[in-house]
Design a protein around this ligand. Structure first.
Ligand code: FES
Length: 160
């Protein structure tokens, strides 16, 4: 962790009645900084918290918001919860896999896109829901996703 995040992590440890309540916010700091949770940082966080690395890894394995490998610049998460499933979210996921040439959880060779399927994104009334980085795409469609992919590629090309 960089110095700013380390200071924030230490302050989080005293902000809650129990140290363990600070684990998730501290892991968010790490994810924000690196884009994933590197193994060395698991050790750092465990040391800060006074728990084992295995404990931190167990928590990490439960939450889809945390990643153990680097992801693409655009992390596309397709909800596979019941409402989204009933509204053809699996077709959207397969559309993305074909369009981007990746498998579930995979990242494109250019490092631009990662596609994941995740549990309920808590916007069930607007199913099917896709989340790109932290922005919701309610009532998502293949056309919208195609446009998003093209826009993202153009945006990256313009800034290259
Ligand atoms: S089931 Fe997809 S947002 Fe809840």
């Amino acid at each position: 962790m960089n110095e700013e995040h380390l200071a924030e992590a230490k302050s989080l440890l005293t902000a809650f009645p129990g140290k363990s309540s600070a684990l998730i916010p501290i892991l968010h700091l790490v994810e924000d900084e690196f884009g994933y949770i590197p193994q060395e940082e698991v050790e750092v966080v465990a040391g800060l918290m006074g728990v084992t690395a295995a404990y931190v890894e167990a928590v990490l394995s439960f939450y889809t918001l945390f990643h153990r490998q680097p992801t693409g610049k655009y992390l596309i998460q397709v909800c596979r919860g019941l409402s989204c499933h009933l509204n053809a979210a699996d077709h959207l996921a397969h559309f993305l896999y074909e369009e981007l040439g990746v498998q579930r959880g995979g990242t494109t060779d250019d490092g631009l896109f990662t596609v994941e399927e995740v549990e309920c994104l808590a916007l069930c009334k607007d199913a099917p829901v896709v989340q790109v980085n932290l922005a919701y795409r309610p009532r998502a469609s293949e056309e919208q996703l195609k446009g998003l992919i093209e826009e993202s590629r153009r945006g990256v090309a313009q800034h290259a």
